[in-house]
Design a protein around this ligand. Structure first.
Ligand code: FDA
Length: 304
């Protein structure tokens, strides 16, 4: 049953008509538990509140299904606007973005042109941009773009997914450019030809890449709500004298808030991933797919 629901949400999240419809009707079904709002003002307000609770943030202006050059440029402008708003408000947040939202599926050079403008703005404000990792079809090209831009910018990072078989090799390559990586389990529906189908293998690989990246001396963001992974990391950094400045924990807005607070209390750096914008549906569906128990929130909110 759980696998079936997972598949339904993953498929719905990729459905263009469902996404368009959701855009038209605004945040619904309890999505505001995971999404800060539709406007930049709402997003900045959320960042301020999280900062007051000792957490730093990465803001993501949601944008999926970008098919025209105009849409890609508009989306890149929203990223720039987000960086400006962060600087104007004096809050502590960097930016996360998806390459498809700034034109990757249209033309690679358009995407890179947009990314350079965003990275230049981030540099101007002494800020940082993280490239989210999307589905397997975009993995190699995302790494290629990252490696190319890493030669020009030191304020850019990438995400690597523990569920992919190729990840160990990718980490080896990315170590050459001292990549700043966010490590995650992986959120997309992938074939067993390319990704570990069993959670146990994903978790094992996750621990292995956390260990490798930290021991290589690279900055590492461990993005997970899994207490076993967090406990493993805490123990590993302690045993290997890894300084707190070399890593951070990251979690999604609205998920495991008590655990976030606990880590802050223990003195760890905690960054909350805060998505905002009208294009909320795909992100929301991926969160439901990760934990079909969240459907309960949807059901409750249907009657509100
Ligand atoms: P796991 O799925 O095993 O969950 C452990 C526990 O966490 C669950 O038992 C539950 O208690 C809680 N939990 C997890 N997900 C939940 C949810 N949706 N709702 C409520 N509780 C939940 N993926 C990707 O492919 N590309 C990317 O760029 C990113 N970026 C990213 C940034 C950040 C900051 C985070 C935290 C995650 C991502 N992800 C991602 C998503 C990631 O790949 C993964 O799907 C989720 O983090 C869930 O995996 P966990 O490691 O939390 O473990």
């Amino acid at each position: 049953m759980e696998v079936l629901m997972r598949n339904v949400f993953q498929t719905l999240g990729k459905n263009r008509s469902a996404n368009q419809l959701a855009k038209k009707y605004g945040l619904r079904f309890g999505a505001s538990r995971f999404i800060a709002g539709e406007t930049i003002e709402a997003a900045i307000h959320t960042v301020q509140t999280l900062n007051e609770h000792g957490k730093v943030v990465t803001l993501d202006h949601l944008g999926e299904f970008v098919f025209t050059e105009e849409e890609a440029i508009e989306s890149a402008l929203m990223c720039i606007r987000t960086l400006e708003a962060i600087a104007e408000a004096g809050v502590t947040s960097n930016l996360s973005l998806k390459l498809t939202s700034i034109g990757l599926d249209i033309r690679k050079d358009l995407c890179m042109q947009n990314l350079r403008k965003i990275l230049d703005t981030a540099k101007l404000y002494d800020n940082f941009v993280r490239i989210d990792m999307e589905d397997y079809a975009h993995c190699q090209v995302s790494i290629d773009i990252y490696e190319e831009l890493r030669k020009e910018y030191d304020n850019v990072g990438l995400v690597i997914q523990a569920y992919l078989y190729r990840t160990e090799q990718d980490m080896h390559e990315l170590n050459k450019c001292r990549a700043n990586l966010r490590l995650v389990k992986g959120a997309y529906k992938e074939s067993p030809n390319v990704a570990f189908p069993d959670k146990k293998d994903v978790d094992e690989n996750f621990q292995s890449i956390i260990k490798t990246h930290l021991l290589n001396g690279n900055y590492t963001a461990i993005a997970s709500h899994d207490e076993q992974i967090i406990t493993y990391t805490k123990q590993f950094v302690k045993e290997n004298n890894i300084p707190n400045e070399q890593f951070e924990f990251q979690m999604l807005y609205g998920i495991c808030v008590e655990l976030q607070d606990q880590l802050v209390k223990e003195g760890y750096k905690v960054r909350v991933y805060v998505p905002y914008g009208i294009d909320w549906f795909g992100f929301f569906m991926r969160r439901l797919a990760e934990r079909p128990a969240n459907v309960w929130f949807v059901v409750k909110n249907l009657f509100k």
